[in-house]
Design a protein around this ligand. Sequence first.
Ligand code: T4K
Length: 393
Amino acid sequence: MSNELSSIAVTRPLLPDQADVQRKIAEIWSSQWLTNMGAQHGALESRLADFLEMPFVSLFNNGTNALYAALRVLDLPAGGEVIVTPFTFPASVHVITACGLTPVFCDIDPITLTLDPACIEQLITPRTCAILGVHVYGIACDVRAIDTIATRHNLKVVYDAAHAFGSRIDGIPISRFGDVTMHSFHATKLFHTIEGGGLLSPHPSLQRKIYLERNFGIANEETILSAGLNGKANEIQSAIGLLVLDMVEAEWERRKALLDRYRPFLSAMRGITLMEPQANVTPSYQYLPIRIDAERAGFSRDSLYTRFRSENILPRKYFYPLCSSAPHYKDLPSAQASNLPVATKASGEVLCLPFYGALTANELARVVNTLLAAHENPDRVPIGDNSLSRRAI
Ligand code: T4K
């Protein structure tokens, strides 16, 4: 019976009005310019730089290529070690090996689930050349502690801010910390260009290097300056980005309101912690992660996940399994679970709940009622119940 209910995804993309998309496509068609840094691309780069209050934003065809380029433009020594969190999407680590560098997995802070500065210090060797932190779910890394460590040991700092579009720390745009920051503009991100990404940096001098890195190193028709690859975003991606950017602030408001409706239930549930950015961090409203302490809640993250699936509700275990357990990393000394106790525990406890502005009141009710049913009767698989009245949502 429950599977007859329509599915509720973890997220849904912002979809601009089709007539506006048609108008943009007509504009692009009449220009006959489809890619290679055209008018839409230039307009989006400059609007994003204004919106995010950064010296520049360099668009890419996806966030992974952007992060790869971030490491490349920092001229890190071949074979150098990059300290990285295992609690992330695999792309954050794959780019390190793609650059001929070695990932060194570092444990995370038990509250923020971002790189633990004390663990970073313990992993530094003469081969360490960079730190790659992830502002996971928009929760900020301890950027000031990381900056102090990096300065002391002469290391570069790259941030994967795939989940932190528009975030600020003490009012300062999050991309002003570290040497280079990447945002993903994938369709699952609040601001998106269908596929896409961006690099941002407080160092204006890096803009030219980044440009070359995403354009084959070509400076002009007769000059190749570096071994760059192809990371270019095209005109349709850029045009979609311009339309989606106009929708971002309203979507932030909708997600803030949705979070305000989820919060009272989540915070009243024994053994469940709603993970939110620090008080001094402006939320990005990208995901809604909860953490389940199985002993206190009476059920595990995995059993709750199964319950949700039986109700056709599709939360995600971001990020399980840990990147460090992937076949190509698991034999690294730093990848051993005994070195990563906090990350190992967290990857078994976090669940990202459905969270997007278009989630209806009925859908919210289905999610919350499934959680409540799990609490009331951990052993019973709940049946569908859309009514919120008796639980006063
Ligand atoms: N660093 C971090 C920390 C990241 O989280 C990511 C990407 C990256 C780096 C790399 O950035 P990109 O190269 O991707 O720009 C999704 C995204 O594909 C991925 O971008 C994202 N992180 C990751 C956390 O989530 P999946 O495998 O979970 O996606 P998928 O296809 O299962 O979609 C999830 C749900 O979203 C679907 O159940 C329904 C909804 N959805 C998805 C798509 C693609 C839609 O409603 N419409 C859609 O078009 O990876």
